[in-house]
Design a protein around this ligand. Sequence first.
Ligand SMILES: Nc1ncnc2c1ncn2[C@@H]1O[C@H](COP(=O)(O)OP(=O)(O)OP(=O)(O)O)[C@@H](O)[C@H]1O
Length: 186
Amino acid sequence: MNPGKAVEIKNVSMIYHTLDGETEAIKDLSLDIYHGEIVALIGPSGCGKSTLLSIVAGLLKPSKGKVFVNGNEVKGTSGDIGYMFQRDHLFEWRTIYQNSIIGLEIQNKLTDEKKKFVESLLDTYGLGEFKDHYPRQLSGGMRQRAALIRTLALKPEILLLDESFSALDYQTRLTIADEIGTCRSQ
Ligand SMILES: Nc1ncnc2c1ncn2[C@@H]1O[C@H](COP(=O)(O)OP(=O)(O)OP(=O)(O)O)[C@@H](O)[C@H]1O
């Protein structure tokens, strides 16, 4: 294992089995991602991008091949990886603040310091005034930012973004992409 590698994808294939038959979503894919790199997966709809991210995140087990994160084989979800889906998956019955801290709550890491960090993220992403609102009271872009905060709150070493900003307008998308680039390089 090369110490510079953050993610190693080795000969991964993924076949979905359904009642209609088999779909080969990924065929023998190998890819190394090094620490500090920002990598974009580009391809037409249905080419297997989300499937690959779910495999790296440990949510799906590949049909063949292996994935290593920091040299350890992925065998389930881990705190090293933050995964932001295409949809925001906010809980409608929790406020924006409560949604933002849910990962910390689940991992039993909700310290005063972390609460302050979440508050600062809410301010940075323009949601400070909306933290006691419910998701249904927010626009699509605001919801997406709340989902981003929920992911960043855990300070994941590796951030997987699955077209997470598609609901944002162009201007906000640029701002948030810049913010992420900056905070990842710190
Ligand atoms: N749970 C599933 N069961 C069966 N087939 C699936 C499942 N998830 C995805 N597929 C199929 O696997 C292929 C890859 O899907 P995937 O969602 O990974 O593509 P994608 O590149 O992320 O697409 P998009 O850009 O539209 O999000 C598609 O043909 C899709 O129909």
